[in-house]
Structures are given as C-alpha cells and as structure tokens.
Write a protein that binds this ligand. Structure first.
Ligand SMILES: Nc1nc2c(ncn2[C@@H]2O[C@H](COP(=O)(O)OP(=O)(O)OP(=O)(O)O)[C@@H](O)[C@H]2O)c(=O)[nH]1
Ligand SMILES: [Zn+2]
Length: 352
C-alpha cells in the first residue's frame, strides 16, 4: 500500500488533506463514540480506539475531545490511541443542558445535513424547522427531503407551504426513496469527498433512502432489529457508508436517534424577534397590550398564526429546559441562585 493509496482511501471518506502524518501515526475518521471508546474508519477498515490521556483531563474543553466526523491521528498500541484531532471544517452542535451550560457536538466535517420527513402522517413543518436549526452556524448546508412522494397527489401544495415558510434558499426536494432514478437528483449533495448525515424521525424513510443510494450494496439493518424498552433498535450497523456517487454518509445510532432537545437556537425566528422589538412595551407579552407589533402582524396576516404558535412552543420548551438546568445548578452550588441563563431580563419601562 503506497502513501498515495492511503491518501486516496482517506479522501473517499471525506479527508481534504494531501500529506500523511510523518511519524508513523495512522490517520482515520471517527465514525462512532461509545462509553467504551471510539470507532474509527480509515477508508477501508473499522477499528476501535481510546482517547489519549490528555483528552480525559477534567480541564479539557469537551468541544476539543474527538467527536464523530473528526479526522484524528492515532498511535499504534493495544488499543490504539487518538492523540490529535485535526481542525474541523464544519461543526454541527446543539445547546445541551448538562452539568454546565455548553454546546454538545453532534458531528464534524459534515457538508450536508439531509433532513428527511415523510409526506405522510409524519409531515410536520415545525419539526423540520427544528432540525434545520441544528445546522445554524455549523458551516454545513441543510437540505430538506420529503420522502414518500409516491403516496400522495397533493405534494405540490405541501411543498409550496414549506417553501414559503423555510429560510429562502433552503433546498427542498420531494422524493420517492424507493426509486433509484428519482433519488439520483441527490448526487449533487453526495459528490466524491462530500460527507452527509441523514436525520429524521423514525419511519421517515432513512433506511429506505440509504439502501436506494447504496444501490446493490444493501444495508443489513432491517433484519437485525431487536426490541428494547425504547422500541425498535438497530443492533448492528455500518457506520460509514461509501456511496457509489463518491460521497459518504455517516450513519450511526447517535445520528439516527438524534433527539431535538428544545435547546436548539431560535435564529430561524429572527423575523419574530425583530417584530417584538417594535412593541411599545419592552416586556410586552404579545397578548392584549396596546401597541403590540406581533399582534398587529398577526392581524394584518404578515405573520401566520401557525408560525407564531410554533415560535411560542419552541420558546416554552427552551425556557422549561433552562429552568430545569437552573434548578440543578442551584442545587449543585448549595442553594445560591445563579444568573439567568437566557439573559432575557427585561425591564418594564415604556420604550423611548
Ligand atoms: N411509498 C413509499 N414508502 C416509503 C418511502 N420511503 C420509506 N418508505 C416506507 O416507510 C417505512 C419506513 O421506512 P424506513 O426506511 O424503515 O424508515 P427509517 O427512517 O429508517 O426508520 P427508523 O429505522 O425507525 O429510523 C417502510 O415501510 C418503507 O418501505 C417512499 O419514498 N415511498
Ligand atoms: Zn408585543
């Protein structure tokens, strides 16, 4: 195996560099993270590794520890150890209510986040918006995919609703995940060296689409499902799928079971925040207050009632999470109150 071969292999799984580590270290990509360690892939084989000691130090910023999608340098040993994480091209993360208020990395070096929703009972624009909010500021491009196009005649109407609602320029495609000719249009997001993740709720059609993209190389997921308390569960999987189009798909339980925490940022609703800034009272509840810009926009139809409801729902969830976190922090600090986490302390004075 020549150095050029090794580089070529790594490039197929998304690596953009053109030299190998000089000191005999192995370069590989993190495809899964478990309590017991990491699973890495070098373009040919999947192998396990442990983080080097310095990653375990308490003072280490969790964001600097190896994460799914990272390219890492590994020192030989039993087990091999991850010693360096290469700079990240993109970082998908979300706010996480953990011990400390911080961002939790979901995956790195991802070019496209394919947000899959079925055009059936699963269709839920608010959920799509929440998935999209995960890509805000990540550097990754979100692509909205609506599967099961073949199951309804009025898909055009649903598409129009979504187009009007989602941020301008967001690619949206309705597809039949079972039809190879139809999903061929996704090749533009899966070019050689590109990395994508597929997210969406259970039953949206992720396995179906993945199998169609793989062509003859079927994934063995369906046959190996077992049951646990949380329902269907994939017990074996292939973590990094190299697609015939040249791109790769990171497909791990962590990505599949990606839960929305309600802590995703609310930037998608910047228009509503801007409206609220115009209310006469700085602490306007947007109910029956005089001079409420939000109510005015609702009355005039500039703001749809549904969009407003979704905003409120997302905001409530987020505040609930923040309150829970605040209470936990207070307990940990022995009852002393902590500063407000969402910094939304507002005064009640009328605006100038
Ligand atoms: N008609 C039609 N059926 C589809 C399409 N995509 C998926 N399905 C069906 O929808 C069901 C769920 O699809 P899956 O691919 O298992 O969904 P999933 O997102 O992988 O679900 P989990 O593995 O639970 O996360 C299956 O019965 C599929 O055959 C589509 O484009 N058209
Ligand atoms: Zn108001």
């Amino acid at each position: 195996m020549t150095e050029a071969d090794i580089i070529e292999r790594l490039r197929r799984i998304g690596w953009r560099g053109d030299t190998l580590p000089a000191d005999g270290r192995r370069l590989a990509r993190v495809v899964a993270q478990h309590r017991a360690g990491y699973e890495l892939h070098d373009g040919e084989t999947l192998f396990g590794a442990q983080p080097a000691g310095h990653y375990l130090k308490r003072t280490m910023d969790p964001a600097e520890r190896p994460a799914v999608g990272d390219f890492v340098e590994v020192e030989a040993g039993k087990p091999p150890h991850i010693v360096t994480v290469h700079p990240r091209r993109t970082v998908l993360s979300r706010a996480a209510a953990g011990e400390r208020y911080e961002r939790q990395i979901i995956a790195t070096n991802i070019d496209y986040v394919l947000v899959l929703t079925g055009l059936d009972g699963d269709f839920n624009p608010a959920r799509i918006e929440r998935y999209l909010s995960l890509t805000e500021g990540s550097g990754a491009q979100p692509v909205v995919l609506l599967s099961k196009l073949d199951t309804r005649d009025d898909a055009d109407e649903l598409l129009a609703v979504l187009r009007a609602r989602l941020p301008e320029g967001t690619p949206i495609h309705a597809i039949n995940g079972k039809d190879p000719a139809n999903v061929a249009l996704l090749a533009r997001y899966l070019r050689p060296g590109d990395s994508a993740v597929l997210v969406g709720s259970s039953g949206a059609g992720k396995s179906t689409l993945t199998n169609t993209l793989l062509g003859s190389e079927k994934m063995a997921t369906k046959a190996v499902r077992s049951h646990d308390s949380r329902g269907r569960h994939t017990t074996t999987y292939r973590a990094l799928l190299q697609l015939p189009s040249g791109g790769c798909l990171i497909d791990t339980p962590g990505m599949r079971e990606l839960k929305l925490t309600g802590e995703e940022n609310l930037d998608l609703f910047a228009d509503i925040d801007a409206l609220a800034e115009q209310c006469r009272f700085a602490d306007c509840g947007h109910g029956s207050e005089p001079g409420c810009a939000v109510q005015a926009a609702l009355d005039s139809g500039d703001l749809s009632a549904e969009r407003w409801r979704n905003y409120l729902k997302l905001r409530d969830e987020r505040e609930e999470q923040a309150a829970t976190l605040e209470a936990r922090l207070r307990r940990q600090r022995g009852g002393r109150p902590v500063g407000r986490l969402h910094g939304s302390h507002r005064d009640t004075r009328e605006r100038e």
